[in-house]
Design a protein around this ligand. Structure first.
Ligand code: NAD
Length: 430
């Protein structure tokens, strides 16, 4: 048997995902690797140990990390985990390095080669390795499911002998990967869907999903570098706010997903706009971990305003649909690993100059090598995302009732933890 791949149980509270699936374990085994999965590591994603055993893996304990040449993780390894790793181990995870420079340094000191999956360039050949997309897609889906669960009315129009239930009106703000999936999901549930974005290209995609695109004439196109949005000017922000204010008062459900690379999430929904909504309306703020799109949103909480609007700020939304998220995440990692495996001698060989490795490699040979973190150079301002805590907000108009977001399933232990993709995400170099 060749090198050893270790898949630990994630340590962060509320993280139910796992970085391997029976399918990827089987493929790695087939390529000649010994695969060791920590006991119970798949439980949060409904993968029993026996499934991994069937795939050719063995079940081990946390200490087995010390034997591993490759470690597959969802989150950046904690200090306690690093101690166990052997020097030279290659670790793939969502590393969330911005604002966590000391943790990056610790990985360098531990001598591991840390590959940050969220830095994967968004180029065609790396699409199957794009964890931001695979997780944002599920977050968009889950946002609609969460909204439907909080909304005390039906989403589709129902014409019954006892009368007609009107279709819910859903407004999606930000039509990127998460937003487009939210639109598609809300449409499948029968809602009447409108959406907005500041990139004109999003308009066609929104229309192709059967939703109406809402955009002000004052804002022709705010596409920025790499196909992402740029920050709006003050006059553009004003025009957008006027449009949104008028539209939002008629909506039942609002899902916000807007992000700008390297900036705090843009504030799209003001307290006044929330006040204009009907009782029982629901707002899901998927950008809450990056400061939030919605005034009054609180990370990890469901806030009920004085006018009875729920503002939902769940953390780790992909983790709320962990069983699906893990399968896709695992496949993303495998697709990347496969490019680094020498199939003849069944070993992984890391070439720091290869395009995808170069873009994602944070630490190597005992030093921080990624240009955004190496040496004393601080991360360029344009790449630095907001602090993980929501930005200071004006107090809500009247004291809102807040409740902790309930765990989705009895065994889940969701808590206020800083999350990686899709929020808090610096972009790849595409
Ligand atoms: P993102 O998460 O950075 O942002 C989410 C959305 O918010 C974007 O559509 C953005 O335009 C929008 N937004 C920003 N400011 C806004 C504002 N003030 N009001 C309304 N909307 C605002 O983006 P993303 O979902 O990661 O994807 C962005 C783009 O990248 C899309 O065009 C997507 O198709 C593209 N993409 C390409 C690849 C690839 O080529 N492999 C992979 C994934 C995504």
């Amino acid at each position: 048997m060749g090198q050893t791949v270790f898949v630990p149980r994630e340590l962060e509270a509320g993280e139910d995902r796992i970085a391997a699936s029976p399918d990827t374990a089987k493929r790695l085994f087939g390529l000649g690797f010994a695969v060791v999965v920590e006991k119970g590591a798949g439980a949060g994603s409904r993968i029993p140990d026996a499934e991994f055993v069937k795939a050719g893996a063995t079940i081990g304990k946390a200490g087995d990390a010390g034997k591993a040449d490759i470690v597959l993780k969802v989150r950046r390894p904690a200090a306690a985990e690093l101690k166990a790793y052997k020097k030279g181990a290659v670790v793939l995870a969502t590393m969330d390095p911005y604002g966590n420079e000391a943790a990056v340094e610790a990985m360098a000191k531990a001598g591991i080669s840390a590959l940050a999956m969220e830095f994967m360039p968004r180029i065609t050949r790396a699409q199957s390795m794009d964890v931001l997309s695979s997780q944002a897609n599920l977050a968009g889906y889950q946002a609609v499911i969460d909204a439907a669960a909080e909304y005390d009315r039906a989403l589709p129009m129902m014409m019954t002998a006892a009368g007609t239930v009107p279709a819910a009106k859903v407004f999606v703000m930000g039509a990127g990967v998460a937003g487009l999936q939210a639109i598609a999901t809300a449409r499948r549930l029968g809602a009447v869907v409108t959406a907005t974005d500041v990139r004109a290209a999003a308009g066609e995609q929104v229309a192709s999903l059967g939703a109406k695109f809402i955009m002000t004439d004052a804002l022709k196109d705010a596409s920025g570098e790499g196909g992402y949005a740029r920050e709006l000017t003050d006059s553009e922000k004003k025009a957008q706010a006027e449009l949104v204010a008028e539209h939002i008062a008629k909506q039942d459900i609002v899902i916000t997903t807007a992000l700008i690379p390297g900036r705090p999430a843009p504030r799209l929904v003001s307290g006044e706009m929330v006040k204009s909504m009907r009782p029982g309306s629901v707002i899901i703020d998927l950008a809450v971990e990056r400061g939030g799109n919605v005034e009054g949103a609180k990370a990890g909480e469901i806030v009920t305003t004085a006018n009875d609007v729920k503002i939902v700020g769940h953390l780790n939304v992909p983790g709320r649909v962990a069983a699906s998220a893990s399968l896709l995440y695992a496949k993303n990692l495998f697709a990347f690993l496969e490019t680094m495996i020498d199939k003849d001698n069944k070993t992984l060989s890391l070439d720091p100059d290869e395009e995808l490795v170069k873009a994602t490699l944070l630490t190597h040979d005992g030093v921080v090598v990624h240009p955004n973190f190496a040496g004393d150079k601080p991360a360029p301002a344009a790449k630095k995302p907001a602090a993980k805590k929501p930005a200071a907000k004006k107090p809500a108009p009247s004291k809102p009732a807040t409740r902790k977001a309930p765990p989705k399933k009895a065994s889940a232990k969701k808590s206020a933890v800083a999350q990686p993709a899709p929020a808090g995400k610096p972009k790849g170099d595409a």
